[in-house]
Design a protein around this ligand. Structure first.
Ligand SMILES: [Ca+2]
Ligand SMILES: [Ca+2]
Length: 320
């Protein structure tokens, strides 16, 4: 009798455990493996800064953040943990504020941003030039142009972090490190005045330049923007093709159905307003999710990363 009630208790316990999420391991538990911890430590990927990229519904790719469109995604927002790289601190929510989401639908990785900015550079201000670079707005040349100059988003991906396990000083535009720029008022495909993507520069390697161009021209990365100047905000949707985009080993791309996989990931949000607010001719703000770079004992500075855990699982708790 005692045995039977004990068994019932165990079965009851299992039933409750299964109803609560059962055999599904949460994707972030992948960050606890010794292999991941060792590779991340060497690659300067902070495991204290992580998000899960759940599989969710395909959003309507129109630049708008629709009601409920990202309820099945991981949200993020600006807070004091973001690292400001410019001298000017963010002093008010009107100056710069943002929130966003990340998810995938099995085909594309989606990022969405809702950015509050009181002055849209080149729209509500003159398209003033930094004093040190009259060619800041040259587009389509590897050695000239400041793609990041303006209201912008930098997207960084280190897909082969686990395999390589070394810090990144300069990206190559593939699984060894991607850094690519969204700008609110210029783009490779649309020119001045059209929001979209630009290769990182100036003076990055030829390999990186060509990989960034390929990403943009072959639609591995695409963007949609809606500017709501009356509300002092703009919204951006970015989609990145998993196949051909998210390289986790040489020539191997993460696809739906693969195990939970952490990759290096980072975002920077940039803000330019009037020239008087950028006394050094740089951005007014450039704020980083996982920090920007750190010096090494010798050699160039190396990049900092957080972790994005790619999973085929759906977010367990949305809508409940
Ligand atoms: Ca949308
Ligand atoms: Ca601005």
């Amino acid at each position: 009798m005692a045995l039977r009630s004990g068994s019932a208790a165990i079965i009851g316990g299992l039933l409750i455990w299964c109803l609560a999420g059962c055999a599904e391991t949460r994707p972030e538990s992948a960050l606890q493996s010794a292999e991941v911890r060792q590779a991340a430590a060497k690659a300067l990927v902070s495991l204290d800064r992580w998000m899960v990229c759940w599989k969710g519904a395909t959003p309507e790719f129109d630049g708008r953040i629709g009601q409920g469109e990202y309820d099945d995604a991981t949200p993020f927002e600006w807070n004091a943990d973001w690292v400001e790289a410019m001298k000017q601190d963010i002093t008010s929510r009107q100056d710069l504020d943002f929130n966003g989401w990340v998810k995938h639908d099995g085909e594309h990785l989606y990022l969405a941003f809702n950015i509050t900015d009181d002055l849209f550079y080149g729209i509500e201000t003159e398209r003033w030039l930094p004093h040190q670079d009259e060619f800041a707005h040259v587009i389509g040349e590897r050695e000239r142009g400041r793609p990041w100059f303006g209201d912008m988003i930098e997207i960084l991906i280190f897909g082969r972090m686990l395999e390589i396990g070394e810090p990144v000083s300069d990206v190559t535009g593939d699984g060894r490190g991607i850094q690519i720029i969204y700008n609110l008022t210029k783009s490779l495909e649309g020119g001045i005045g059209v929001p979209g993507m630009l290769p990182h520069g100036p003076n990055r390697t030829v390999e990186n330049w060509e990989n960034n161009r390929r990403w943009i021209l072959d639609d591995i990365i695409e963007t949609r923007t809606v500017i709501r100047d009356v509300e002092d905000r703009y919204t951006v949707e970015v989609r990145i093709r998993l196949d051909g985009g998210i390289e986790i080993q040489e020539n191997q791309y993460w696809t739906d159905g693969m195990p939970d996989t952490p990759i290096g990931f980072n975002l920077a949000i940039g803000d330019v307003d009037e020239a008087s607010m950028s006394p050094d001719g740089l951005l007014h703000h450039e704020t980083w999710w996982a920090g920007k770079t750190v010096p090494q004992d010798s050699g160039p500075r190396v990049k900092l990363w957080g972790a994005l855990v790619l999973t085929s699982k759906a977010k367990p708790d949305f809508g409940h």
